[in-house]
Design a protein around this ligand. Sequence first.
Ligand code: HEC
Length: 109
Amino acid sequence: MRIILLLSFFTLFSYANMGEILYQGNCHTCHGYDKANSAPSAKAIQQRYKEVFEEKEAFIDFMREWIKLPKEESALMPDEIRKHGLMPILGYDDFTLNEVGNYLFETEF
Ligand code: HEC
């Protein structure tokens, strides 16, 4: 019984942290948490995306599809393109983008 409890604890724990780990590995070099370096911060992205999408699913779906093919015409933060240049196509898979999207929606930066 104890082992089962422990295992489910680890499963929950690692699930909750998946988006954060993927964000750190894939996005953080360019997107700092609350400071813009070579790209807008996670905080700024969250604010802008939540202005447009109240619902988590729509927030994640739009972000996932935009990241797969970044375009100025569909960008929600076009001023950032003028400042930093267009985000490159980086070939992330859907799983990564859904987890990172969830993390960006849920986290307080
Ligand atoms: C090599 C640097 C780099 C990496 C890595 C990177 N980005 Fe970006 N990203 C940028 C730059 C530069 C911009 C600002 C210009 C633009 O919007 O194209 C940007 C813009 C964005 C935007 C705003 C799009 C809009 O609607 O205007 C989102 C959302 C975003 N990135 C999410 C991510 C996520 C999530 C990851 C990781 C999975 C990631 N980026 C990885 C450089 C990067």
